[in-house]
Design a protein around this ligand. Structure first.
Ligand SMILES: [Zn+2]
Length: 195
């Protein structure tokens, strides 16, 4: 009887030990899975924010020469979403762009040609759902054209170097300029300041 009881206790203890070891193993496996998932997410985010320009010979952050590139060539070079806004004057949906909430210090470049366009210091929190700035980096950074499409009278903002459509400018911005450069995230490329 004693032996049997002792044996039962041993088996139960042994089962507990095995379950506990199994749980420990499962915890370790879960932790490894979480780490792998986190690494993959981080890589995906990096890929999302860092655009590959290797097949774009016109891209430069220092060359200021005005570009004359045909739409057919841009179509071959640019990702479809960038091409649609930059060359077909499309507009991304409000509150969907990658930069409308960004408040990190840095510089915004043209995603098509690399021209520096806006400093983060000129960005302000706007409720419109698109990244908004009260001034461009310099007088040559952007240029303007009248836009009377869609039954509205607006002023279009284009990149000063490659003439890509960036968005529109309105006079309801904050001081000191009272202007609002309402831009599409997809044609901007943000580079955070180096710490
Ligand atoms: Zn450009």
């Amino acid at each position: 009887m004693y032996t049997e009881n002792h044996c039962t206790v041993s088996i139960v203890y042994s089962d507990h030990l095995q379950i506990s070891m199994l749980m420990r193993k499962l915890n370790i496996i879960s932790a490894i899975c979480c780490m792998l998932l986190f690494t993959q997410c981080t890589n995906a985010q990096n890929k999302q924010t860092m655009t590959d320009h290797t097949n774009n010979p016109h891209y430069s952050r220092t060359d200021t020469a005005h570009l004359k590139v045909s739409d057919a060539e841009w179509k071959k070079i640019l990702p479809a979403d960038v091409y649609n806004v930059a060359r077909n004057k499309g507009t991304e949906y409000a509150f969907t762009g990658k930069y409308y909430k960004t408040d990190t210090k840095g510089m915004y470049y043209c995603a098509v040609c690399g021209n520096p366009l806006f400093k983060s210091d000129a960005k302000f929190a706007s409720s419109c759902g698109w990244p908004s700035f009260f001034e461009a980096l310099g007088p040559g950074s952007v240029r303007y054209e009248d836009d009377n499409t869609h039954g509205m009278r607006r002023t279009e903002v284009l990149c000063g170097r490659c003439d890509s459509h960036l968005g529109h400018i309105f006079d309801d911005g904050p001081p000191p300029t009272n202007q609002r450069f309402c831009m599409n995230s997809v044609v901007l490329e943000f580079e955070p300041d180096k710490k």
